[in-house]
Design a protein around this ligand. Structure first.
Ligand SMILES: [Zn+2]
Length: 402
């Protein structure tokens, strides 16, 4: 390209076509920090600089978070569709934020290729999928699109799907089918576990530790309760696996006590102990029943300790989602990719988004087991495959014409 041509492109902010490979797009996306607490506007503007000069219709839905920081959801449709019409065949949904990264991870936003994968914060969760979406959408000619589409970018997924909730409230998006990007090693996920989080507070009675009979240790009480929770979790692990759960790994509801805090000094019986209880439930399991189960455990403990006092405060409760194996989207992605459908054990925007559409899948390059850590990476080969699969999806009608 001559110098003048390059200058004009830079002046217009147009990103040259030859840079639209998924790996080069991903390299640039990783370099734009978009940790959930920051505004995601720089990343949205990067995408807008790609789409706007090519005539795409862009609709920003912005809001201020609790700290007054601007967050932006973006709805984008191709130039040949009616502007501001988001009643579409297919919505392609991707979040724009990442989890925070440790200061010791020097290359979090300086991506590099190691072996056959690109490493960096967001490489698989979920900028890799965003790079594939952009490459597939912009490298498919108008005449080849078989469906009407919307590209949907959301803010603040990692801190509880906040952006997606704002988007749903706006009531603009009405797709028939939805693909939500998350790393699944390109397997179509047609179900996701629900997510619950509660703070459990256990009370005791403070006393000098030299005279333990004068008090009750809240820490010992909490330990007994946590022991019960562990036993309950083990019993689920060892129970027969229902047919509908076989697509999950692991195929049962799981629990975690991730944080515990209690007591005030080494020589005082603890007056209070609290812990965070998290659960990831199979779609069929009622999310709300966990506090009841904890209550039953305490009732059991109260036989020997009638004064056992506690409180459960549910902090988050998000249902799972399930799309039937025979839905058009599940069947199509399985056909295209030759990969069997799975369920995902981690949280996604799919439970919220699936309320809008006939069917929803979660799919993307990379493996979530590398995400949220300095090991995060995405295989280069999966980026190219993902673009090819997305193009197939765009170029063939999902349902027979009626
Ligand atoms: Zn994600």
């Amino acid at each position: 390209m001559c110098a003048i041509g390059r200058d004009i492109r830079e002046w217009w902010g147009v990103i040259a076509m030859e840079k639209l490979s998924p790996s080069s797009l991903l390299d640039e996306l990783i370099r734009i920090p978009s940790v959930s607490v920051l505004t995601n506007r720089p990343l949205i503007e990067y995408v807008a600089r790609l789409l706007h000069p090519r005539g795409w219709n862009l609709r920003e839905l912005s809001y201020l978070d609790a700290s007054g920081v601007e967050k932006v959801n973006l709805l984008a449709t191709p130039p040949w569709q009616k502007p501001n019409d988001f009643v579409v065949d297919l919505a392609l949904v991707c979040h724009t934020d990442t989890v925070p990264y440790s200061a010791a991870w020097n290359e979090a936003v300086a991506p590099r290729v190691v072996g056959d994968a690109i490493h960096g914060c967001g490489a698989c969760d979920v900028k890799g999928f965003l790079a594939c979406l952009l490459a597939a959408l912009l490298n498919t000619a108008e005449a080849h699109f078989a469906s009407t589409v919307a590209l949907v970018l959301t803010a603040e997924e990692e801190i509880g799907c906040v952006g997606a909730r704002h988007l749903l409230q706006a009531g603009l998006l009405r797709p028939r089918h939805i693909v939500v990007g998350e790393p699944t090693s390109l397997r179509p996920a047609r179900a996701g576990k629900g997510y619950g989080l509660a703070e459990v507070r256990v009370f005791g009675k403070e006393a000098h530790s030299a005279h333990p009979a004068q008090g009750v240790s809240a820490i010992y009480r909490a330990a007994r309760l946590i022991g019960q929770i562990e036993q309950y979790a083990e019993s689920l692990k060892n129970a027969a696996v229902p047919e509908s759960a076989r697509i999950f790994d692991p195929p049962y509801t799981t629990f975690n006590v991730g944080v515990i805090e209690g007591g005030s000094a080494k020589n005082i019986l603890a007056g209070e102990c609290k812990f965070l209880l998290e659960w990831r439930a199979l779609p069929g399991d009622a999310m709300g029943k966990i506090p009841d189960i904890v209550q039953q455990m305490v009732t059991e403990l109260q036989r020997d300790d009638p004064d056992f006092e506690f409180e459960v405060k549910v902090l988050r409760e998000q249902p799972g989602f399930e799309t039937t194996a025979s839905s058009p989207l599940v069947r199509r992605w399985t056909e295209i990719s030759g990969r069997e459908a799975i369920g995902v054990p981690f949280g996604t925007e799919a439970p919220l988004m699936s309320t809008l559409a006939n069917d929803t899948i979660v799919v993307g390059p990379g493996d979530m087991r590398t995400a949220h850590s300095p090991r995060e990476c995405v295989p280069l080969a999966e980026l190219d495959l993902c673009v090819a699969y997305l193009k197939e999806l765009l170029e063939n009608p999902l349902e027979p014409a009626t």
